[in-house]
Design a protein around this ligand. Structure first.
Ligand SMILES: *Cc1c(COP(=O)(O)O)cnc(C)c1O
Length: 408
């Protein structure tokens, strides 16, 4: 079984993280050093997570209740939830399938005198041209927050130069993960200083909690290794349980989307040490095998299914999404063939405000309903990529997977 995600962390990184839980460095020095090395202009702020940074930005920007925040329509559920906690109204901007980004026109349709900010999240490891979108937001005097949680491509890219805030995540499922942490570039020095001051009052996650996290992910890395996963999934099937719940949920549930207390925290020293190692040890060339696998699978699937986001000039294949008519049928066929395809259960489209149903992001919503994420990463040989593409082609062609709607 090819696991749906490959944790982007080596055994040596996990060992380093654990060692730093025992011999802890000075966290203040470490934080300063990461920020200094990340931005010569002094724009960088290390946060506990992207959600922490977004919550900090909203606390600091102090938009009055009822203000509207434009969101590119698809994001993890937690982001719009944070805005709602401030009694702000998330307003979706529908996406274009090709880029999975909103067009600048979407801003014109959604803008009201109450709109204050734009939150745009480039998806799946793609990067498109945000300039027209940001220019449109600026014309209306909006703050621009760029959610680059899926788009880390090395310390040299720090977000669009016109964004007020660009946020990169090093959470467990992200590229170059430190099993937590975020690097944020805040271009308005006043905003930055207030965010920094506020963050410095948060409690530091305990080293033992972080050590527990490292151990948990070491265990998950072990069980998501191919032979182990194959053994486990067949054992699970024998006991009649669903692998989805037993194994996959803990992976996704590592950073629960719950309360404010869970995100209003600071990174412990050991997490910073691992973050520093991941950030500055990062080599863009390391992504080349993954990008190669992604491009191969794209070519193999061309004309078979739609691959949303594939039209972007940059694609690092953090995830490999496809759209199919019957995702559960195709997913079953793929799992039978040994490919652990999955739906995006932590993501959701932002619902339109009750009084403006015409802002329903139809394209994004229908895409999410038809979306499957495929295993596609370095280490998957051409033969397996071909077999996966063929499984999808057959599953999409089979009548069971293309149920004609029954109309009486
Ligand atoms: C992962 C993710 C987040 C959350 O990142 P954390 O650092 O875990 O808070 C936010 N937005 C998007 C688009 C993500 O993929």
């Amino acid at each position: 079984m090819w696991a749906r995600v490959k944790l982007d962390i080596a055994w040596s990184d996990l060992a380093y993280g654990l060692r730093r839980c025992v011999i802890t460095p000075d966290r203040v020095l470490l934080e300063e050093s990461i920020e200094r090395r990340s931005s010569a202009a002094g724009n960088a702020l290390v946060c506990f997570s992207v959600r922490t940074a977004f919550d900090l930005a909203l606390q600091t920007l102090e938009f009055s209740p009822g203000s509207e925040i434009l969101f590119s329509a698809l994001n993890i559920k937690g982001m719009a939830k944070i805005a709602r906690r401030f009694e702000l109204v998330p307003v979706p901007l529908d996406l274009e399938l090709d880029s999975m980004l909103p067009s600048p026109d979407a801003i014109e349709r959604a803008i009201t005198p109450r709109t204050r900010a734009l939150v745009v999240a480039p998806l799946f490891g793609t990067r498109g041209d945000l300039s027209p979108l940001i220019a449109a937001a600026r014309r209306h005097g909006l703050r621009v927050i760029e959610d680059c949680a899926q788009a880390f491509s090395g310390p040299s890219y720090s977000g669009h130069p016109e964004s007020d805030v660009s946020m990169f995540s090093f959470g467990p499922l992200k590229f170059a993960t430190a099993l937590g942490g975020a690097l944020v570039h805040v271009r308005d020095p006043v905003l930055l200083e207030v965010m920094r001051k506020r963050a410095s009052s948060y409690p530091v996650l305990s080293t033992s909690a972080y050590a527990g996290r490292v151990l948990k992910f070491a265990a998950l890395k072990l069980v998501s290794a191919r032979p182990v996963l194959a053994m486990l999934t067949s054992a699970w099937r024998l006991t009649g349980r669903d692998y989805e719940d037993a194994l996959a949920e803990p992976v996704r549930g590592v950073a629960p989307l719950g309360s404010v207390h869970q995100i209003r925290r600071r990174c412990p020293a050991a997490m910073l040490a691992l973050l520093e190692r991941r950030l500055f040890g990062f080599e863009a060339a390391g992504l080349a095998p993954r990008i190669h696998a992604g491009r191969r699978l794209l070519a193999l699937l061309s004309g078979v299914v739609v691959c949303p986001g594939a039209g972007n000039p940059t694609h690092q294949f953090w995830a490999f999404p496809i759209l199919v008519e019957n995702p559960s049928g195709v997913m079953r066929a793929l799992r039978r063939a040994g490919f652990d395809a999955a739906t995006l259960r932590r993501s959701a489209t932002v619902a339109p405000p009750g009084d403006r149903p015409w802002l329903d992001p139809v394209v994004a919503r229908e895409a999410l309903a038809r979306l499957l994420v495929l295993p596609c990463y370095e280490g998957m040989p051409e033969r397996e990529l071909r077999r996966q593409a063929e499984t999808i082609r057959l599953a999409c062609a089979s009548p069971a997977c293309n149920p004609t709607p029954e109309r009486a």
